[in-house]
Ligand binder design. Structure first.
Ligand code: DX5
Ligand code: ZN
Length: 220
């Protein structure tokens, strides 16, 4: 069994001390940087865009996992590749031609991810799962950090895991929103591979320890 991964969400970092927080992640047991890009249209919030991602990439020494919460993401695939994204995740709800979008992401040498809003059933991925490297299951409504975890996510993880196995796919399952030490184990037991954690990590008094604990729980 491969290790379960922890991806701190930079949305919850202190933007006035961004380099410090990036170095903290570099020096921690975390596996990936999770970067949330919001456009104020697909979600009711605007986070940050290209110049900030460029600054993050300059210092980040781990996999950069970019979660696009934007409409018409096809317009920016090449730009995100140039800015150092290793994984580029688009929302199912934002893509009319999802297959084409995924091919475009892969043609830029990135791993291709698809995120599902809490109300979107995993069965919509039945005919495309073999083309997806990562499915990001939203366990909150996208747009903000610090929201509480939606319990129905456990069922979705199980359904998605069954779909991946039945299709012989090698897709990883990522959980995004409200992840803490309280739900990490149950998520992994249901089939999750990657846990995104924003507030839980950055609001803690000892961020390095919190990441270590969470990774320990996920791999216990
Ligand atoms: C929400 C973002 C999440 C968010 C998670 O739209 O996609 O990545 O940063 O934050 P927490 O862990 O605080 O729920
Ligand atoms: Zn995210």
């Amino acid at each position: 069994m491969s290790s379960k991964l922890i991806a701190p969400s930079i949305l919850a970092a202190d933007f006035a001390n961004l380099q410090r927080d990036i170095e903290m992640v570099n020096n921690s047991d975390a596996d990936w940087f999770h970067i949330d890009v919001m456009d104020g249209v697909f979600v009711p919030n605007i986070s940050f865009g290209m110049p900030v991602l460029k600054a993050i990439s300059k210092h980040a020494k781990k996999t950069i996992d970019v979660h696009l919460m934007i409409v018409d993401p096809d317009r920016y695939i090449k730009t995100f590749a140039e800015l150092g994204s290793d994984i580029l995740t688009v929302h199912y709800e934002a893509c009319t031609h999802l297959h084409r979008t995924l091919q475009a992401i892969k043609s830029q040498k990135m791993k291709a991810g698809v995120a599902l809003n809490p109300h979107t059933n995993v069965s919509v991925l039945e005919d495309i799962i073999n083309d997806i490297d990562l499915v990001c299951l939203m366990s909150v409504n996208p747009g903000f950090g610090g929201q509480s975890f939606i319990e129905n996510t456990y069922n979705k993880v199980k359904q998605l895991k069954d779909l991946i196995i039945s299709k012989g796919a090698s897709t990883k399952i990522e959980i995004d929103g409200g992840v803490t030490n309280k739900n990490a184990k149950q998520l992994v037991d249901a089939g999750a591979d990657v846990l995104v954690a924003g507030s839980y990590v950055f609001k803690s008094d000892n961020q390095i320890e919190t990441i270590k604990d969470l990774r320990g729980i996920a791999n216990s």
